[in-house]
Unconditional design. Structure first.
Length: 147
């Protein structure tokens, strides 16, 4: 089975000082050993760059673009991309209208749209509640603590 890896997982697995690093690393290793594929979308890597380069006082990691570039290269090797598709936009549009999505939640809807387009049903995330509304779409949010 393919799991989409949410940006919050990417950030925790690559930042070893994060308190959830060990739990996330264990979940990723367990899923791999069990034969699952772990993938990302371009959006995940864009969000990753944003969080890494954003100042610490604005809830970021305060890394330089050069440092982030090195971390992103590692992430790209470990978590292959599901390619963007022109069909993702109309699916995203349907989701935001059908589920009355607003604010920052539009980004999660785009991940769900990509999942639907690629027939991916599971997302590994620290934010289970952000994806609960999409259960009727066949989306299963998995907390790494449960693996």
């Amino acid at each position: 089975m393919i799991y989409l890896v949410d940006t919050n997982i990417l950030l925790r697995i690559l930042h070893r000082t994060d308190p959830r690093h060990t739990m996330v690393r264990h979940a990723v290793r367990t899923l791999r050993v069990d034969g699952h594929e772990l993938r990302t979308t371009p959006q995940n890597f864009i969000e990753f760059w944003n969080a890494c380069t954003r100042p610490i006082d604005r809830n970021g990691f305060g890394l330089t673009p050069a440092q982030t570039h090195q971390l992103l290269r590692t992430a790209e090797r470990v978590f292959p991309l599901l390619p963007d598709s022109p069909a993702t936009y109309p699916e995203w549009r349907r989701l935001v209208v059908d589920y009355s999505v607003s604010g920052v939640q539009v980004h999660d809807a785009r991940l769900v749209a990509a999942m639907i387009m690629h027939h991916v049903t599971h997302i590994l995330t620290l934010n289970i509640s952000d994806f609960e509304r999409y259960a009727s779409e066949g989306i299963v949010a998995v907390d790494p603590a449960t693996i």
